[in-house]
Design a protein around this ligand. Structure first.
Ligand SMILES: NC(=O)C1=CN([C@@H]2O[C@H](COP(=O)(O)OP(=O)(O)OC[C@H]3O[C@@H](n4cnc5c(N)ncnc54)[C@H](OP(=O)(O)O)[C@@H]3O)[C@@H](O)[C@H]2O)[C@@H](O)CC1
Ligand SMILES: [K+]
Length: 488
C-alpha cells in the first residue's frame, strides 16, 4: 500500500530520495517525464495535430518541458506555451529543461494559444507547489487552458487544485491526471472527480519504504498489495475451513438482495452459506441459489456461524431482530443497508456492536449515521473518530471507496468501474466481505480483499458488458479475480 503524503512533503521526499539514490533532482524529473511519456505512448494518442504544453515556472513546468522534449523524439509535434514572464523566476530544474528544449519546438506566451490548432493539451502549469489563493493571472491562464475542448492531460495535479484540501476556486478540468509517486489526496476526493478525470499513477522509483517514514494515516491500495492479504489454503482444506456464513437479508419484494449476497459469498469461496429469510419467501432463495440453505426459526443459534452479514433488503421493521443479534453474537459482523438505517434510528445499538465489526454505508447511509458533511475530508475525519472510539471499521462506498480501520488508518481503493453504479452492487459486496470473514480472515483482510476484488470484478464485468452491466455479472467475475491476482 502506498502512503499518501501532503503536497508540502513532496520536496522533502524528493530530497531524501535523491540523497539516498545518489542522483540529481534533474534526473528525478527526467524519470517523471519518462514515466509520463511511456504512459502517453501506450495510450496511442493521435499525432496528426500538434500538442500544446502549458509550462509554469516551477518543477511542474520543468516536467512539462522535459515531456515536450521526449514526445518530440517520438515524432509528436509539440508547442510550448510559457506561463511565466521572465526566465529569472524559473526553478533550477525548470531552467535546465528550458535550456535542453530543442530549437525546433516553438515557444509562445500562454495568451497566444489558439485552441483550434491543437489535438491535445498537456497542463504542466502548477503542481503541488501552489501556496495561498491563486493570483489573478493564474486564473486567466487556467481559463485559457480550459477553453480547449479536446483532451486535457494534467501533470501531477490539475493546475489550481491544492494537493491536500477539498474545493477549488479556479482549476484546470482535466480528462486525465497523471500523478507521480503517490496519488495526491485531492485527486481521490469525490468532489474533485470532475476536474481530476481518469487517474493514472506513474512510478518514479520512490519505494513504499521511503514513503513510510512520513506521518500520514492515508493509504492507496493497489492490485499488487492484495495477494499478501489472502489466507493460504492447502489440498487438505475442507468445506469447514472455508467457513459457514449467515446472511440476514431480504424481505417481501426485496429477496433479490438476499440472493445476490448469497451467490457472491459462494463465488468468494464460502463453504456453506445460509440465508435467514421470511418463511414465506424461502422458495425464492432455494430456487435462485440452490446451494444455499435457509433458516427461519424463531430462535437461531447465531454463534454456530463463523460470520454474519446483516441488512440487505431486510426492511426497516427489523429493529428487534437487529438488537437481539447484536446482543447474542460476539464476533465481527458486516452491517449494510437497512441495518445501517436501523442503527441511525437507534443510536443505543452502537455500544452493542461486536468490536472489529464492519459497517458499509454509501454516502446517504453515512449521512444518516453521522450527519451532513460539507466535504469528503470532514466525512473522513468523522469516520476516523468513530472507528477509533468504537473499535469498529467503516467502509465509505463510492468511487475510490475508503476503508476506515479501527486503528485510524484510512485506505483508498483503486479498483472499480463507473458501470458499477447500479442496483445490487452493495449486496454483492456484503456477501463478499462476509464470506472472507467466515474463511477466517481478519476484518482488515476481509475488507481489503473484498473491496478490491469487488471493484476488480466490476471492471472485468464492465469490460465485457459495458453499459447495462448487472450486479449478477459482477458475481460471475469474482472467481476470475482470484486468477487475475494469482491467488489460488
Ligand atoms: N516526488 C515528486 O512527486 C516529484 C515532483 N515533481 C514535480 O514537481 C512539482 C512541484 O514543483 P514545485 O515545488 O516547484 O511547485 P509547482 O507546482 O511547480 O509550483 C510552483 C510555481 O507555482 C507558483 N505559485 C505558487 N503559489 C501560487 C499561487 N497562489 N498563484 C499562482 N502561482 C503560484 C510559484 O510562483 P512563485 O511563488 O515562485 O512566484 C511557482 O512558479 C510536482 O507537482 C511535480 O510536477 C517532479 O518533477 C519530480 C518528482
Ligand atoms: K499541472
Amino acid at each position: 500500500m502506498i502512503k499518501i503524503l501532503s503536497g508540502a512533503e513532496v520536496s522533502i521526499l524528493d530530497k531524501h530520495h535523491i540523497q539516498g539514490k545518489g542522483i540529481s533532482s534533474h534526473q528525478l524529473m527526467e524519470k517523471a517525464a519518462e514515466g509520463f511519456v511511456d504512459w502517453f505512448l501506450e495510450k496511442r494518442f493521435s499525432s496528426s495535430k500538434p500538442i500544446a504544453l502549458f509550462c509554469g515556472a516551477g518543477n511542474n513546468g520543468g516536467d512539462g518541458l522535459a515531456i515536450a522534449r521526449l514526445l518530440t523524439k517520438h515524432g509528436f509535434q509539440c508547442v510550448v506555451f510559457t506561463c511565466f514572464a521572465d526566465e529569472g523566476s524559473l526553478s533550477e530544474d525548470c531552467r535546465i529543461n528550458l535550456g535542453l528544449l530543442p530549437s525546433a519546438i516553438r515557444k509562445f506566451p500562454w495568451n497566444e494559444f489558439d485552441s483550434e490548432e491543437f489535438g491535445l493539451v498537456i497542463d504542466a502549469y502548477l503542481g503541488v507547489g501552489i501556496k495561498g489563493p491563486l493570483r489573478e493571472e493564474a486564473k486567466s491562464i487556467i481559463d485559457k487552458i480550459n477553453s480547449f475542448k479536446g483532451i486535457k492531460v494534467s501533470v501531477d495535479l490539475p493546475s489550481g487544485l491544492s494537493a491536500d484540501y477539498s474545493g477549488f476556486d479556479h482549476c484546470v478540468h482535466a480528462e486525465v491526471t497523471v500523478t507521480f509517486a503517490f496519488p495526491k489526496l485531492a485527486l481521490l476526493l469525490p468532489e474533485h472527480a470532475k476536474v481530476t478525470g481518469e487517474l493514472v499513477l506513474v512510478d518514479i522509483g520512490i519505494s513504499e519504504e521511503e514513503l513510510e517514514v512520513f506521518h500520514s494515516s492515508y493509504y492507496y491500495l493497489l492490485k499488487k498489495d492484495i495477494p499478501a492479504f489472502h489466507k493460504k489454503f492447502h489440498r487438505f482444506s475442507h468445506k469447514g475451513d472455508f467457513g459457514k456464513v449467515l446472511l440476514i437479508a431480504g424481505s417481501r419484494g426485496k429477496m433479490g438482495a438476499a440472493a445476490l449476497s448469497a451467490k457472491a459469498a459462494f463465488r468468494t469461496g464460502s463453504g456453506l452459506v445460509s440465508c435467514q429469510v421470511p418463511l414465506e419467501e424461502r422458495i425464492i432463495i432455494q430456487t435462485s441459489v440452490p446451494e444455499a440453505m435457509c433458516v427461519f426459526e424463531d430462535s437461531i443459534d447465531w454463534m454456530a456461524f463463523d460470520a454474519i452479514g446483516v441488512g440487505p433488503g431486510i426492511g426497516l421493521d427489523q429493529g428487534e431482530l437487529l438488537e437481539k443479534l447484536l446482543r447474542e453474537y460476539d464476533r465481527p459482523i458486516v452491517m449494510d443497508a437497512d441495518a445501517l438505517t436501523l442503527l441511525s434510528r437507534n443510536p443505543s445499538f452502537l455500544d452493542l456492536i461486536p468490536k472489529e465489526s464492519i459497517l458499509t454505508p454509501h454516502l446517504g447511509e453515512f449521512e444518516r449515521l453521522f450527519g451532513k458533511c460539507r466535504t469528503h475530508l470532514e466525512r473522513l475525519e468523522k469516520a476516523r473518530r468513530f472507528c477509533m472510539n468504537y473499535k469498529l471499521n467503516v467502509l465509505i462506498k463510492g468511487a475510490n471507496s475508503v476503508i476506515c480501520l479501527a486503528d485510524g488508518r484510512q485506505i483508498f481503493n483503486s479498483s472499480g468501474s463507473h458501470f458499477m453504479a447500479t442496483a445490487g452492487m452493495g449486496d454483492v459486496l456484503t456477501g463478499m466481505i462476509t464470506s472472507f470473514l467466515g474463511q477466517g480472515y481478519s476484518s482488515e483482510q476481509a475488507l481489503v480483499c473484498g473491496v478490491y476484488q469487488h471493484g476488480l470484478a466490476g471492471e472485468m464485468a464492465g469490460d465485457m458488458k459495458g453499459r447495462g452491466t448487472l450486479a449478477s455479472d459482477v458475481i460471475e467475475m469474482i472467481p476470475e479475480t482470484f486468477k487475475r491476482l494469482g491467488v489460488s
